[in-house]
Design a binder for this molecule. Sequence first.
Ligand code: ADP
Length: 866
Amino acid sequence: MSNVQILLVDDHELFRRTTRSFVESHPNWTVCSEAGDGIEAVEKAKKLRPNVILMDINMPRMDGAEATRIIRREVPECNVIVVTQNHSSIARQQAAAVGAQGFVTKSDLGKDLRQVILSVIGVRDAKAVSLGEGHDAIPEWLRGGGALGDLTYKFDWAKTPLGNIAEWPPSLKTIVRVLLTSRFAMWMSWGPELTFLYNDAYARMTLGNKHPWALGKRSQDVWQEIWADIGPRISQVLKDGKATWDEALMLFLERSGYREETYHTFSYSPLFDDKGKTAGHLCVVTEETDRVIGERRLDSLRSLSAELNKATTEDDVTLSVHRCLEENQKDLPFTLTYLLTEDGQQARLACRSGIQEGHPAAPPVIELGEANGVWPLRDLLGGKDSLLMEDLSGRVGTVPSGFWDKEPSRALLLPISGGTQGATAGIFVAGLNPFRPLDVSYAGFISLIAGQISAAITNARAYELEKKRAEALAELDRAKTTFFSNVSHEFRTPLTLMLGPLQDLLSRSQTHLTPTAKQQLELVNRNGARLLRLVNTLLDFSRIEAGRYQAVYQATDLAGFTSELASVFRSATERAGLKLIVDCPRLEEPVYVDRDMWEKVVLNLISNAFKFTFEGEIAVSLERGGNFAELRVRDTGEGIPPEAIPHLFERFYRVPNTRSRTHEGTGIGLALVQELVKLHGGFMRVESTLGKGSTFIVSIPFGQDHLASSQLGGARSLASTAVGAKPFVEEALRWLPDDENTKHEPIAEAELLAVPCPPTAEAGSRPRILVADDNADMRLYLAGLLGEQYQVDCAADGQIAIDIARKHPPNLILSDVMMPNLDGFHSISKRQRNWIMRSRIPFKPTPPAAALDRSFSNSSRGIPLP
Ligand code: ADP
């Protein structure tokens, strides 16, 4: 034989390496591959079909004896040489028992291996030659009959009831020729003893180690183990002359050294002699073992996967595993799923199938520290990927037999992953079907089951963790809501108590107050009101979150109400040079709204439009859109970049770098508006083009079916947080540049120029300070504070500040950092900074008032912003 392909099978890498170098020292021998266990060996033998396999006997997963049997049956052209540590007499027996062609002991490997390989391939070659030589002698009618044709020819038929082959009747010769030349698996019986004949396909597919022994034997002896099943069928055929048909019939064959669960689809048909009398039968057969068992296993995997998909907790997982595996006690006579405890010291029985609770082989807890536990779980935790336990009755006593009448003698143990960072979470124990070999597909099936359990445990644990995290977050959120609620209450009460008397004082004592005192009280009042509005918004949120928002829905002429609210902004828009278009024609039916809430919705949206629009118009409209009343607040302002739109209604979100009338804002206005709209069963959306403007659209359903009846009409028990339109408009007015703001309001004149000059100092000799801040009240306050000693100029944004500074170079600039147009930092950047530097003007961001005095003397010190 020219090039001999050799497969090395041994679980020790070192042994494979030494054998490889020995084998490859021969010029015509090549190691085609290596395998580390029996399962891999079978796989590679089928795929590569090597000439010789050097097979170690003791290996994990599947031992060499089992692998050899399978290979002999499924790849008969491969020669197997058993390699063992045993004494040669035992090695000889082992090799004979599994049908191997040769054996060699590991201790004599160097001495014997070469000769054994030579003799094994030599025998094969010799056989081929002898067959070749005999070929001419084979009579015409036996030619093309393959290996069985040769064997049939050489067989001594004279010792059987069929007599000398040369004298067989034509009817027998004809049928034997049909049999031998067919590639379909067939066997037949003939004569008084139903003498057994078969073809190559049958030898390969079904007969196993009964080949070639079975040739010429009595059929009853060949199939003794299934004669109870097939004997009556054959008798029937012989008697009636009618064919039988069986589909996927389960038969226990003894063809591999053990009783094997197999499935066959076959038909027996009568055979007739020269006189037309029934003389035997022909069996045409397809073995369906792989299909039937494969489908059964697939069913189990499918139903397990379907069940596990629904499982979210560890208990769900173990229940599903129990339910599904209980259904397939043919492949899994019993199973145990142990999960490790958190400290890793014990394994707890999480579920079982096919085995009773309290069975000695199913202890509820296994101490992993104990060396002699029922199951050697500890051995698997060291990183092994599987463990085959033989002699179960000797090790764990009687175990349940599941579907079968014989209990499993072996169990396969596999680790279950799913612990933290892929660590082992447990062990899966599967009792093995005593009638099937642990071949690649069986081992693969069990490891897929263990894999599914692992994945489900991992998911369940991740889900559990996520749930705990979500609960913790929810708890935190609840705490935050309670905190906001408490804090808002605590702020509201004193604020209300301060603002009430203050407003009283302002309205009653006009005559007694000096203009400066009045001015200062008004400043306190305005800012107090602003704070109250913020606190109210926070309170609204906490009430909504706690589900305590008290809504009172009333049938409302929404068009009239909305245009009233919008019109409040008319003076502010006019002062800003904007057109306010209010288009709210009367709707034909009232809309149920909580009026306080609706006020907040409309005012917030118009106030935003005003904040972000510098020229053009603000249009407020209300009209019917299907079953909804649709409010649109459109502006021709700055617009919103598309990537910001999905975040617009998130709490505290503000679009960065948008030009606006003020930098003041908290980013909760729109979030609140959306919550209020949702409380009405409505929704809102926004359409916007950057640089062109935005439209906010609020849709509220008509009718009252979507509202709880308890909330229709009636009175509130909680204090209202509505503040009316005035504070919105007043605040908006304070965002206008000073000249626009002061044009129509004489008092505001004082805000810009109200710098009380001490009579003693001459205005011209006082140092000049430029105050830049977008908050009008802050400008007014600083001007008042500094005006006695300095000449103070005020600017509402960075650009105005630069213009004023150019005209009247100040000795000091006090600037807010965040302002519309040019912010404080930009105002002094590059060109401006050079200019300011040349003028030797110190620059300071606006400090809190208290720090102001201290900071004047020390121009190099930074002062924190308010
Ligand atoms: P605030 O106005 O207090 O910042 P809002 O929740 O009312 O908070 O608005 C969130 C953000 O949405 C604003 O900071 C702004 O960037 C953007 N925005 C809202 N309305 C408009 C509008 N009409 N035009 C442009 N941008 C807007």
